[in-house]
Write a protein that binds this ligand. Structure first.
Ligand SMILES: [Zn+2]
Ligand SMILES: [Zn+2]
Length: 407
């Protein structure tokens, strides 16, 4: 048994892989963690990460990704299907689960592809992947442009009680984009991705969720217009949930004035009014979850010139500090967005809650710690982060996964 003592808001007693008691606890245990000054919360869940195994282990493996998760305070992650070998069948799902067990760090939950090979042509075997343990389906990295296919995906996924995680991008409007389309892109002469290209697909997905009764979850909402689409759809009772990524909550397209690839991602950093709308959406719960969209690439790839380098930055080891540093998002809501909300969206039983009988996945947070991310110390194989020059407030002090103290 492990006793977490003096934590806010209560002590926690862990028995094996399960939480036994919460509250004021008088008894002793074999192991005691003195958590004075720390806040104990359910183990953080990042519902949107990219590990590159199998196929691109030079960028990230499931083991290095799971280590990065734990280092950042996350006890569970959901890994997207677009690795070197697309996870579009039961074998792919079983592989991720096996590698996660082997790494024995954070829980890594597989997301299966919606379409075979992410080609957007033919539905993958959603039923078999669901049976094998896929927690959701997504072609993330690629939008599903074919509306009829998206409709059928929502209908099928509904039969298995799973959400479709949608990368909303009308790709006909975003060809060759480097950054957000607006005043800054015009000034810099860089090709833009208009906010409308995201909002259009979000509106379509909400309309299809309404039509089918399926659950659509919108990934990495970055535009004010998209937040409004979600708000209106929720008002109508549509089964839509959404997530935002830390970089879209903290940074604007003005960062691109430095022409640095650590500011290049998909969707791109948006204008100030978009950032404010996304922050407000998270604060008021319109946007349910916060997810890093952790997207490791090799240094060589990211060192190419801006137009040529791939989209994406890592996030697992900075997300908690970034989110807790945003004052307009209350602490409780921030934690909910990284615990209960993703657990509910993905149907992860026993996770995202702190009560007797739940899984002993816990994160102990030092809310006052001031620190500067040091990419050279990252557990992730990739070092490319837009937050390396910032001082953040709040970080994980201890992480417990399944009753095992990992840090
Ligand atoms: Zn995406
Ligand atoms: Zn992604």
């Amino acid at each position: 048994m492990i006793l977490i003592k003096n934590a806010s808001p209560f002590d926690v007693l862990i028995d094996g892989p399960t939480i036994k008691k919460v509250g004021k606890i008088a008894q002793t245990a074999e192991e005691t963690i003195d958590a004075k000054g720390l806040v104990v919360v359910p183990g953080l869940i990042d519902m949107h990460v990219h590990f590159r195994e199998p196929g691109r282990e030079d960028k990230e493996t499931i083991a290095t990704g799971a280590a990065a998760a734990v280092a950042g305070g996350f006890t569970s992650v959901a890994v997207m299907a677009n690795s070197g070998r697309v996870c579009d069948d039961a074998v792919g799902v079983v592989y991720v689960k096996a590698k996660s067990r082997e790494a024995n760090l954070a829980n890594v939950f597989p997301v299966g592809a919606v379409t075979k090979g992410l080609r957007g042509e033919e539905l993958a075997e959603l039923g078999k992947m669901s049976e094998a343990g896929a927690v959701a389906f997504s072609d993330d990295g690629m939008p599903i442009l074919n509306s009829e296919l998206m409709r059928r995906a929502l209908e099928y996924a509904k039969m298995f009680g799973k959400p479709i995680l949608s990368h909303c991008e009308d790709a006909t409007l975003t060809k060759g984009f480097v950054m957000h389309e607006g005043e800054v892109s015009q000034r810099l002469g860089l090709r833009g991705y208009p906010a409308a290209a995201e909002a259009i697909m979000a509106a379509r997905d909400c309309a299809l969720a309404e039509l089918t009764g399926g659950h659509v979850h919108l990934c990495h909402v970055s535009a004010a217009a998209t937040v409004e689409v979600v708000r209106q759809a929720k008002k109508k009772g549509v089964r839509v949930t959404a997530e935002a990524s830390p970089h879209h909550l903290m940074l604007t397209d003005e960062a691109l004035e430095r022409y640095e690839s650590k500011y290049k991602m998909n969707p791109p950093l948006r204008a100030r009014e978009d950032v404010e709308a996304v922050v407000k959406g998270v604060a008021d719960g319109t946007i349910d979850a916060i997810a890093s969209d952790h997207a490791p690439h090799t240094a060589e790839e990211k060192e190419q010139e801006l137009a040529a380098c791939p989209n994406g930055v890592v996030g697992l080891e900075t997300t908690l500090g970034v989110v807790l540093s945003i004052r307009k998002i209350p602490f409780k809501r921030a934690i909910d967005a990284m615990t209960a909300a993703p657990a509910r969206i993905l149907g992860l039983k026993g996770k995202g809650v702190l009560k007797p009988g739940a899984d002993a996945d816990l994160t102990l947070i030092d809310p006052k710690a001031r620190w500067k991310p040091d990419p050279t110390a990252f557990k992730s194989k990739s070092r490319c982060t837009p937050f390396d020059e910032m001082t953040l407030t709040g970080r994980a002090a201890h992480v417990i996964v399944g009753g095992r103290v990992c840090t």
